[in-house]
Design a protein around this ligand. Structure first.
Ligand code: NCD
Length: 307
């Protein structure tokens, strides 16, 4: 049985296979509409989510399966003091696969020690968000046809943004990827990502504070929101909340081939006037999230001998 806790749990070949499967699902939806008949996905969300939870649920329904679960810790036995281990052990008696989100970093890894079925990390604190990364990789593949030789700008809250951490880990495994890290100094990428991931990979990266200075060099611009819920004080958040606002003026020097991405939800870091620009791909990205999760559910169920 295999789980998906971090993007690097998958080899590059397995990621390729997952993307090929998602592409086949996009082209031949009917072929997959009954493949999970009788199977159940549990979505355990101890932290709020809209896209991730709904895209998991939509994915399972489109595969012909069923969904059970909860969307906030307050409506689960966590409020009675039940441990994550006990919740998982119990839920794995009812479901064939589990997607869980938890505010504590490492909680999904702990869950794998007690489960009887595959576990998918749907986001753990500020740490990782591997299914968002698979979504991002499918989007990059559909837009660029490759993961090599790209200049990737990551902009916003690079300290607390787990989608950024997971995406850097994933993109670092490809050839000649240049990272342009755009953030205020206080919200820079954590040191461990620089030393353990970026430096070790040998990929080039620079850190800047203004997107205008680097806009013309980018193939991908990955915007992120300032992660209000992870700040220690509201004042700190307020200081950074309007740090970056992407608008049409700032895009004037950008390549025509630029791909603008955002894991969503957006607060105000991308002006709505950008939505109609052909380079804006964040809503397509959200749709890709459903297809790649369909591919992931099928793959993990097959690896677990459940399908
Ligand atoms: C992201 C997350 O939860 O980390 N959202 C998502 O899953 N699409 C990004 C965010 O909350 O800013």
């Amino acid at each position: 049985m295999r789980h998906l806790i971090d993007t690097t749990d998958l080899s590059l070949e397995e990621i390729d296979e997952m993307i090929s499967l998602a592409m086949d699902i996009i082209e031949h939806k009917d072929k997959y509409s009954n493949i999970c008949n009788g199977k159940k996905l549990a979505t355990l969300f101890f932290e709020p989510s809209t896209r991730t939870r709904l895209s998991f649920e939509a994915a399972m329904y489109e595969l012909g399966g069923n969904v059970l679960g909860f969307s906030e810790a307050g409506s689960s036995s966590a409020t009675k003091g039940e441990s994550v281990e006990d919740t998982i052990r119990m839920v794995s008696c009812y479901a064939d696969i589990i997607a869980m989100r938890h505010p504590l970093e490492g909680a999904p890894r702990v869950a794998t020690s007690k489960t009887l079925v595959p576990i998918i990390n749907a986001g753990d604190g500020g740490h990782a968000h591997p299914t968002q990364t698979l979504t991002d990789l499918l989007t990059i593949y559909r837009e660029k046809g490759t993961f090599d030789n790209l200049t990737v700008g990551l902009c916003g809250d690079l300290k607390f943004g787990r989608t950024v951490h997971s995406l850097i880990k994933a993109m670092c495994r490809y050839k000649n990827v240049k990272f342009v890290l755009i953030s205020p100094k206080e919200l820079a990428v954590p040191e461990y990502i620089k030393t353990d991931v970026l430096d070790k990979s040998g990929n080039e990266y620079i850190e800047v504070e203004k997107m205008e200075d680097v806009m013309d060099s980018l193939d991908i611009l990955y915007m992120t929101r300032i992660q209000r819920e992870r700040f220690y004080s509201e004042d700190e958040y307020l200081k950074h909340k309007d740090a970056f606002i992407l608008d049409l003026e700032k895009l004037k020097t950008a390549k025509n081939s630029l791909t603008i991405m955002h894991p969503l939800p957006r607060v105000n870091e991308i002006s709505t006037e950008v939505d109609d620009d052909p380079r804006a791909k964040y809503f397509v990205q959200a749709l890709n999230g459903k297809y790649i999760r369909m591919a992931l559910i099928i793959t993990l169920l097959k690896w677990g001998g459940i399908l």
